[in-house]
Design a protein around this ligand. Structure first.
Ligand code: DUC
Ligand code: ZN
Ligand code: ZN
Ligand code: ZN
Length: 491
C-alpha cells in the first residue's frame, strides 16, 4: 500500500500514553501506528518529520458560540461558522461542538436544529456538531429529544440565569427526566439568575454602571448555590450533567464531593478562569468590557490556582474555550452597544457576556506546562470526545478507529517564543483577552481527516472552507445513571 501521509520521529501523546511512535494515514483514517523506525521503507505520498515534536489528537472544543442572536446582553456574536471554524483550525482545534439556540418564544427544537445546520453547511473549516440549547422545554420540545438523538445530537444545554433563557427548577426537572430516558447529557449554566438581577439593581441604584461592576453583580455565591442545586436536581433524577465554565473554588468543591459519592457529575472550566482575574475587569474606562463573561474572572491568582488544581486532579472533565465572541469597537452589535449619551461609561448589564478564545485554548494551556501531557490531551481532546459521544473517532490516536485529526507541535524548546497579538488570530473579533501573553507552543502542522489544513511556516491556513463536516454523535462513553432502566421514583 501507499499511505497518504506518514508522520515520523514524533512523540505520540494520547490521554493514556507518551511514546516514540510513527503514524501512517490513509483515506482520512489513522491506519498504522508502529515503534519509531518500524514502518520501514513504506511508500507515502507525503512524509512529515516531526523532529521529536509531540503528535497529539486534534483538539475537540465542546463549548463554542457561533452565529447566535443577542442572548447574553445586547450584542450578537461576531463570528459565524466560517470565521469561527477558521480560527479553530488555526489553533489546532479540529472538531467543535457549537450551540443550536432555541428561544423561549419557540415551541420546537427540530426547527432550531435545521436552521443551525443551514448556517454551518458548506462553510466550515473544522468538523462540527451541535448541542441543542433548550430555551423552552414545552411538551412538544420534550417530545423531540428522541428525534434529536436519531439526528446525532446527544447533548443539551440549559441555563439557570439570563432572562432570555433561564429555566426554573420544575422545567429543569422536566428536561433531566426526558434526557435520562433518551440517554442525553445535559450541560448546565449554573448561576442563580435572581441573585444576579437583585445585585444588578442594587448597583444601578447607586449609579455603579462601569464594566467592573459586572463582577460584583455575579458573586461567587450565585455560582456556588446554583451548582449545588444543579447537582441535587441531577441526583434526584439520577442522570448525568456537565456543569459548564466553573470558575470558583467553592463550586469546584461541591462538584468534587458529588463525584466522590459516585454521582455522574461532570464539569468544565475555560482558559479565562485559569488566566484572568478581577484586575482584568477593573481596568480603567471601558477596557474591562473585553473581559466581561459569565461567570466573571474571579478575585485573585489563588482562584486560578484552584481551577488548575481541579484540572490536574480530575474534578474537571474538560477544558473548553466558551468562545463567545463580541466585537469591542462596535456601537451597534458589539460590547459598546451599552454606551449611550446618558451612560458614557456604558451600562454593565447590557454588555454582551463572552470572550473569544477558540484559537488560543490549546496553545495557552499547553505552554503553561502545569498539566502532564496526557492530562492535557485528556481534558482538551479525549474527554470531550468521550463525554459527547465522539469517541474513538475523535479525540484519540487509535489504529483503524480514529480519524486522522492530528496536531504536530514544535519539539520542546524549539519554537521561538513571542507575545500574542490579536492580529495574529483568525477570528472576526477586534481583540483578544489574552493580548500580550507569551506564546510558548503552537501547532506546527494540523491535519483534519488526513488533510494538511494548517502549516505554520508555509502558508498558515491551507485547509479549505467547506471541508469541515457535520459529525453525528452517539451516546456518552463516560458513566451514566447509577441505576439503569426506568427512573426509580415511579410517577
Ligand atoms: N457566558 C459567556 O461568557 N458567554 C456566553 C454565555 C455565557 O454563559
Ligand atoms: Zn453558554
Ligand atoms: Zn454559559
Ligand atoms: Zn458559553
Amino acid at each position: 500500500t501507499t499511505y497518504d501521509i506518514i508522520i515520523l520521529n514524533g512523540i505520540v501523546v494520547t490521554d493514556t500514553e507518551v511514546a516514540e511512535l510513527d503514524v501512517a494515514i490513509k483515506d482520512e483514517k489513522i491506519v498504522k501506528i508502529l515503534k519509531r523506525g518500524a514502518l520501514g521503507d513504506v511508500k507515502a505520498t507525503k512524509t512529515i518529520d516531526a523532529e521529536g515534536g509531540y503528535v497529539m489528537p486534534g483538539g475537540v472544543d465542546a463549548h463554542v458560540h457561533l452565529d447566535e442572536p443577542p442572548l447574553f446582553g445586547k450584542g450578537s456574536t461576531a463570528d459565524n461558522y466560517e470565521s469561527g471554524s477558521r480560527s479553530a483550525i488555526c489553533g489546532g482545534t479540529t472538531t467543535m461542538v457549537t450551540f443550536a439556540p432555541q428561544r423561549k418564544s419557540e415551541d420546537t427544537l427540530l426547527d432550531t436544529l435545521r436552521d443551525t445546520h443551514a448556517k454551518a453547511k458548506d462553510t466550515c473549516y473544522a468538523d462540527y456538531s451541535f448541542h441543542l440549547l433548550v430555551g423552552n422545554p414545552s411538551a412538544n420540545a420534550l417530545s423531540e429529544f428522541k428525534t434529536l438523538r436519531e439526528e446525532g445530537v446527544s447533548s443539551l444545554k440549559i441555563y439557570m440565569t439570563y432572562e432570555a433563557l433561564q429555566l426554573h427548577d420544575g422545567q429543569i426537572l422536566d428536561v433531566l427526566l426526558e434526557a435520562r430516558r433518551q440517554n442525553i447529557t445535559t450541560m448546565v449554566h449554573a448561576e442563580n439568575g435572581q441573585v444576579i438581577d437583585w445585585m444588578t439593581a442594587q448597583l444601578e441604584k447607586r449609579n455603579m454602571f462601569e464594566p467592573k461592576y459586572h463582577g460584583s453583580s455575579h458573586p461567587a455565591m450565585a455560582e456556588t448555590e446554583a451548582t449545588y442545586r444543579a447537582i441535587s436536581l441531577s441526583e434526584f433524577i439520577d442522570t448525568p450533567i456537565l456543569i459548564v465554565h466553573v470558575s470558583t473554588p467553592a463550586a469546584t468543591a461541591h462538584i468534587k464531593q458529588a463525584q466522590d459519592r459516585g454521582l455522574p457529575i461532570y464539569a468544565e472550566t475555560c482558559p479565562q478562569y485559569l488566566f484572568l482575574t478581577k484586575n482584568d475587569l477593573d481596568k480603567p474606562g471601558f477596557e474591562g468590557a473585553k473581559c466581561v463573561c459569565s461567570p466573571p474572572p474571579r478575585e485573585s491568582e489563588a482562584d486560578c490556582d484552584a481551577i488548575w488544581d481541579g484540572l490536574a486532579n480530575g474534578t474537571f472533565t474538560i477544558l473548553s474555550s466558551d468562545h463567545c465572541p463580541f466585537r469591542y469597537n462596535d456601537n451597534t452589535t458589539g460590547k459598546k452597544t451599552c454606551i449611550t449619551d446618558e451612560y458614557p461609561v456604558g451600562r454593565f448589564k447590557y454588555i454582551p457576556n463572552g470572550c473569544p478564545g477558540i484559537e488560543t485554548r490549546l496553545s495557552l494551556a499547553l505552554g503553561e506546562e502545569r498539566l502532564s501531557l496526557t492530562k492535557f490531551v485528556e481534558v482538551t481532546s479525549a474527554n470531550p470526545a468521550k463525554l459527547y459521544g465522539l469517541w474513538p473517532r475523535k479525540g484519540g490516536i487509535i489504529e483503524g478507529e480514529s480519524d486522522a485529526d492530528i496536531n504536530i507541535w514544535y519539539p520542546p524548546g524549539k519554537m521561538q517564543q513571542y507575545q500574542l497579538k490579536n492580529e495574529m488570530l483568525h477570528h472576526d473579533v477586534d481583540y483578544t483577552p489574552f493580548e500580550g501573553r507569551t506564546v510558548k507552543q503552537w501547532p506546527r502542522w494540523t491535519l483534519l481527516r488526513g488533510k494538511l489544513v494548517w502549516d505554520k511556516e508555509n502558508g498558515g491556513l491551507i485547509g479549505e472552507k467547506g471541508y469541515g463536516q457535520f459529525v453525528k454523535r452517539g451516546v456518552s462513553s463516560l458513566k451514566g445513571p447509577r441505576v439503569k432502566g426506568e427512573w426509580q421514583i415511579p410517577l
